[in-house]
Design a protein around this ligand. Structure first.
Ligand code: GLN
Length: 189
């Protein structure tokens, strides 16, 4: 089993390091052919406007969409914004992989970034995670699994093969969210 990490922009190298640490084979994904060798994809956080342009430039938009029909995809922060059905910013060409609307920079600017102990449904203990210019997600249907919340706002959502988080699990001491995604991929292989 190999997990691909989209490596056009953003925090891809830390995701790759965590997968290494968990002994999961992984490759950096930059071109269409890379999709032939992966069983799941992580779209990292970064800057969604830039990622959106680069996905178009490298002709990966339809490739990611087709891949998602039969494989697991996990988007963190900017990656989640791209996976959304809708975004409040029409500069973003969303991939429409999960039925949510994202509101960019909902918690403020870079300087307003914070870490928080959050409860995740499948974990006994809270984990401390980072929110960096994080989006807010509105669920556009009630068939989504909300796996974690901050206040009333969902921050970790799953729908079948799709997983999104508004936080950055790769900056946390806990590898549990990555393990959860790895299991999703394993169960789908
Ligand atoms: N606010 C950024 C955006 O809209 C996302 C930030 C992040 O990925 N940490 O693209």
């Amino acid at each position: 089993m190999t997990i691909g990490v989209l490596a056009l922009q953003g925090d891809f190298s830390l995701h790759s390091k965590i997968l290494d640490r968990l002994n999961v084979k992984n490759i950096l994904v930059r071109k269409k052919e890379d999709f032939d060798n992966i069983n799941g994809l992580i779209i990292p956080g970064g800057e969604s406007t830039v990622l959106s342009l680069l996905i178009k430039k490298f002709n990966l938009f339809n490739k990611i969409k087709n891949f998602s029909k039969s494989h697991c995809v996990y988007g963190t922060c900017a990656g989640a914004i791209l996976m959304s059905k809708k975004c409040d910013d029409n500069k973003i060409n969303t991939l429409s992989l999960i039925n949510i609307k994202s509101f960019r920079n909902f918690y403020g600017r870079q300087i307003d970034s914070f870490t928080k102990n959050i409860t995740i449904n499948f974990l006994k203990k809270k984990i401390n995670v980072s929110f960096i210019r994080a989006p807010k997600f509105d669920c556009l249907s009630n068939d989504l699994d909300i796996l974690g919340k901050v206040g009333d706002n969902p921050v970790l959502i799953k729908k079948e093969n799709m997983l999104v988080s508004s936080f950055h699990p790769e900056l946390s001491n806990s590898t549990e969210v990555h393990k959860y995604f790895i299991n999703m991929v394993k169960n789908n292989v």
